[in-house]
Design a protein around this ligand. Structure first.
Ligand SMILES: C[S@@+](CC[C@H](N)C(=O)[O-])C[C@H]1O[C@@H](n2cnc3c(N)ncnc32)[C@H](O)[C@@H]1O
Length: 246
């Protein structure tokens, strides 16, 4: 039977608030999808009592900072086809909310085994059959999963240039990298751009958004794989971060 609380707060109130928040950002969501989004949040907050998954412990804040923030990527992800990969999923954000909204295969990846296992427990409990999880690093996963994904998403994982390098070998031709960033400096954007030119990706869009209730600033940056890389990818584990291409 469905619990009537989420993280100790009344579910009916959170459900109402979530509906308002999503509507205010133009995200269409059914009652069944909201139920799953709140189920996931409850599982995360329970698990967070025994392992470090998130520093956001207030369910009200998590509605904005986890659920809505993840779904700000939905419009861009919906423009792509084929499987979606979430690199560095942590507690399942943004991958699980996106998988709740999109009827297509997802893979949620984290390099930390206990996080990948926690996320697998969440998707099992939620009955998300089309969602796989893997404990892997993006660089090593790309060796055996070249060109498999129509979209790669990432939030709070690595600088833009590093993400462009991680995503390139994993994407199919025409596939897109959709990244959520807080403040994005000109320097980080510049290095993303130079990396993209080297690896056969092009910047499609950059959108700036404000979260409700003054809870932050977001940039949604989208790249498309439109050519071949001039460098053999993936490079060995750690090189994208330690020896960036730009
Ligand atoms: C700051 S957390 C963000 C988690 C989640 N995306 C979110 O926004 O709440 C970054 C996560 O990325 C994972 N990570 C970092 N580099 C990675 C890589 N190369 N491949 C896979 N996972 C990675 C870390 O283990 C960590 O769980």
């Amino acid at each position: 039977m469905e619990k009537d609380t989420v993280g100790g707060v009344g579910r009916a109130m959170l459900d109402r608030r979530l509906g308002e928040l999503l509507a205010s950002q133009g995200v269409a969501c059914t009652e069944g999808q909201r139920t799953l989004l709140l189920d996931h949040l409850d599982l995360v907050l329970e698990k967070n009592k025994v392992m470090n998954l998130t520093r956001i412990t207030s369910p009200e804040d998590a509605l904005v900072l986890h659920i809505l923030d993840s779904l700000l990527l939905e419009e861009e992800v919906a423009k792509t086809d084929g499987p979606v990969l979430d690199i560095g999923t942590g507690a399942g954000y943004p991958g699980i909310p996106l998988a709740v909204m999109e009827d297509r295969p997802f893979v949620l990846m984290d390099s930390v085994g206990k996080k990948a296992r926690a996320v697998a427990e969440f998707t099992d409990a939620m009955g998300l059959g089309a969602v796989g999880t893997t404990r892997e690093r993006a660089e090593s996963y790309a060796v055996d999963h070249r060109g498999e994904f129509g979209a790669v998403v990432a939030r709070a994982v690595a600088p833009l240039g590093v993400l462009v390098e991680y995503a390139q070998p994993l994407l199919s031709k025409g596939g897109r990298l959709v990244v959520s960033k807080g403040r994005l400096s000109d320097e980080e954007l510049g290095s993303g751009q130079k990396t993209a030119e080297k690896v056969g990706m092009r910047l499609v869009s950059r959108e700036t958004l404000s979260l409700p209730e003054g809870m932050g600033h977001r940039e949604i940056v989208v790249y498309e794989k439109d050519g071949r890389s001039s460098i053999k990818l993936p490079r060995p584990v750690g090189e994208a971060k330690n020896k960036p291409l730009a």
